[in-house]
Design a protein around this ligand. Sequence first.
Ligand SMILES: Cc1cc2nc3c(=O)[nH]c(=O)nc-3n(C[C@H](O)[C@H](O)[C@H](O)COP(=O)(O)O)c2cc1C
Length: 145
Amino acid sequence: MAAPLVSVSYVSTETNPFDDERLAALLAQSRRSNHEHDLTGMLLHRRGRFFQVLEGPQDAVDALIAKIREDARHHDIRILLRENLDDRRFDEWTMGYEPIGVPSTPPPEGFRDTFDDLESADDEISSRAVRELTVWFRARTAGDR
Ligand SMILES: Cc1cc2nc3c(=O)[nH]c(=O)nc-3n(C[C@H](O)[C@H](O)[C@H](O)COP(=O)(O)O)c2cc1C
């Protein structure tokens, strides 16, 4: 039987500012490695914070999360949600990435483009935020691939 698919989402805070170059290097390395380990997902970066969704075979996701937790480039990692998946949500992305500017208008109902407030959010708000950020990302990148 195929290994169970899981998804883990977290927020974290960068240790030193990530400029475009550092982000590009992180993404290039992550995409290569994720491809090798059958991992997919998305990464958002805004105002010094990261939001990431990682999905794939349970063992591969857990191994990467353990490495990411040890990575000194960020800290205050907070797991927002861990789910079992029937189907991947980011199967076309070895690590999708969207820069987020400062929004000029509030996002429409059911969308979310911020994650600075999730540090201490309760489980229900955290899991709703993961869903809404996923919707936002999918809408932003539709047709991009
Ligand atoms: C915000 C953030 C997201 C990361 N995402 C990934 C990722 O999706 N895939 C990956 O392989 N490494 C990712 N990394 C890097 C890992 O923490 C680690 O440096 C990398 O897996 C290299 O591991 P190695 O010691 O086996 O070479 C991320 C690091 C940070 C700070």
